[in-house]
Design a protein around this ligand. Structure first.
Ligand code: DAH
Length: 347
C-alpha cells in the first residue's frame, strides 16, 4: 500500500507539473483527490489493514495528500500568472502609434458670412427671425403693395403650388416684413435671413435658389438718413473701413422712396477690366448690386395695422451670396452651391 501511495504521489506531481491550463488543473484535482479519485480509492482499502499498520499508513496517506494539495496550489498560482501575462500581452496598446486622422468639417463659407452679418445686427439691437419658405401670395406680393399683374408675379418667374396662384415658394424675404409687423408693434428692429426661390437659370451670378437677409426698422421719426447710416456701417464692418459703396435711385412697390446699393467689384476694383478683358464678376460694371432698400410704403404699414401717420420705417433686402462673394473673394456664385471639397477646404 505504501508503494501504491508513493506511486500515486510521483505520478501526480509529474502530471501537475505538465498541466498548462486552469481547466487541466481542475481535471487533475478531481482525478487525484476527488471522492472517486485515486487517493480515496487507496484509503478505502485501509479497513483491510491491521490495527498497528493503520495509523502508520494513515499518516503516510495524509502526507501524500498534503503534498499533492501544496503542489496543486503552486501550479494554480504559476498558471494564473502565465494566463494573466498572456492576456496583458494580447491586449497591449501601443500608445505611441499615431492615431487615424479624423477630418474635421467646418461651417459652409456662406454660413460664416451669415453669422458675421447676424452678429453685427444683433449688436445693433435687431431681433433675428425665421419664417416659412412656402408662403401665401398675399404675404409675398399683395400686402407688400405688389398688385395683380406685376411682372414679378408672373408664372415664368415664380414657383406656384396652386392653380389660383395663392401659395408659392417665396421669391423674397420681404414676406417676413408682413409676418413681423402683423405680430409686433413699433418700435421694432427685425432681421430675417432665409432661402428664396425664382425661376432663374444658373450662371455666375444667378441661381434658382439663393439667400436673402431682410431688415426692417419701424419707429417714430425714422428717416432715409438712418437707413444709409445702418447700411454703410454694416458694409464697413464686413468689408473694412475703405469699403466703397454707392446708392442709386430705384423703384420697389413696397418702399417709397427706394434705392439700390452697390459695392465696388472686389475683382476689378471698380475698373470693369481684368488683364485687358471685361471683368467676369461684375460684367464690366465695376460695381456689384448688393441690396434693395427704401422707406417702408405707408400702404404696407397700414396693411399690417400700423398707423402710418405716427410711424415710419426703412427696409432692406440683401443677397447673402453676393455678400459672401465679396467678403471671401469668390468669383462664381455656382461654387457656393456645388459643395466641391476643393473649394470648401479653402475657407
Ligand atoms: N425684396 C427685394 C428683392 O428681392 C429687395 C428689397 C428691396 C427688399 C427693397 C427690401 C426693400 O426690404 O426695402 O429684390
Amino acid at each position: 500500500m505504501k508503494q501504491q501511495l508513493e506511486e500515486i504521489k510521483l505520478h501526480a506531481l509529474a502530471a501537475l507539473d505538465a498541466a498548462d491550463s486552469p481547466a487541466a488543473l481542475e481535471e487533475l484535482r478531481v482525478k487525484l483527490l476527488g471522492k472517486k479519485g485515486e487517493l480515496t480509492a487507496v484509503l478505502k482499502q485501509m479497513g483491510k489493514l491491521s490495527p498497528e499498520e493503520r495509523p502508520v499508513m494513515g499518516q503516510i496517506a495524509n502526507a501524500v495528500r498534503a503534498e499533492i494539495e501544496a503542489k496543486l496550489e503552486e501550479c494554480k498560482a504559476s498558471i494564473g500568472a502565465k494566463v494573466l501575462e498572456a492576456k496583458l500581452a494580447a491586449e497591449a496598446i501601443d500608445v505611441t502609434i499615431p492615431g487615424e486622422e479624423v477630418e474635421m468639417g467646418h461651417q459652409h463659407p456662406m454660413n460664416m458670412v451669415l453669422q458675421e452679418v447676424k452678429d453685427i445686427f444683433v449688436g445693433m439691437g435687431y431681433t433675428v427671425v425665421d419664417g416659412p419658405e412656402v408662403e401665401y401670395a398675399a404675404n409675398n406680393f399683395t400686402r407688400l403693395n405688389i398688385e395683380e399683374g406685376h411682372p414679378s408675379r408672373d408664372r415664368s418667374d415664380t414657383f406656384y403650388f396652386t392653380d389660383d396662384d395663392s401659395i408659392l415658394l417665396r421669391t423674397q424675404t420681404s414676406s417676413m416684413q408682413i409676418r413681423f409687423m402683423e405680430n409686433n408693434q413699433p418700435p421694432l428692429c427685425m432681421l430675417a435671413p432665409g432661402r428664396v426661390f425664382r425661376k432663374d437659370e444658373a450662371d455666375a451670378t444667378h441661381s434658382p435658389m439663393f439667400h436673402q437677409i431682410e431688415g426692417l426698422v419701424v419707429a417714430e421719426d425714422i428717416t432715409m438718413g438712418n437707413l444709409k447710416d445702418v447700411l454703410i456701417t454694416i458694409m464697413q464692418r464686413i468689408y473694412g473701413h475703405d469699403a466703397q459703396v454707392r446708392f442709386r435711385p430705384h423703384h420697389f412697390p413696397f418702399t417709397e422712396p427706394s434705392c439700390e446699393m452697390d459695392m465696388q467689384c472686389h475683382k476689378c476694383h471698380g475698373t470693369g477690366e481684368v488683364d485687358g478683358k471685361v471683368c467676369s464678376t461684375c460684367h464690366g460694371e465695376g460695381w456689384i448690386e448688393l441690396l434693395g432698400a427704401g422707406m417702408v410704403h405707408p400702404v404696407v404699414l397700414e396693411n399690417c395695422g400700423i398707423d402710418s401717420t405716427k410711424y415710419s420705417g426703412f427696409a432692406f433686402g440683401m443677397g447673402l451670396e453676393r455678400m459672401a462673394m465679396g467678403r471671401l473673394r469668390i468669383n462664381d456664385l455656382r461654387l457656393i452651391f456645388d459643395n466641391d471639397m476643393r473649394f470648401l477646404n479653402q475657407f
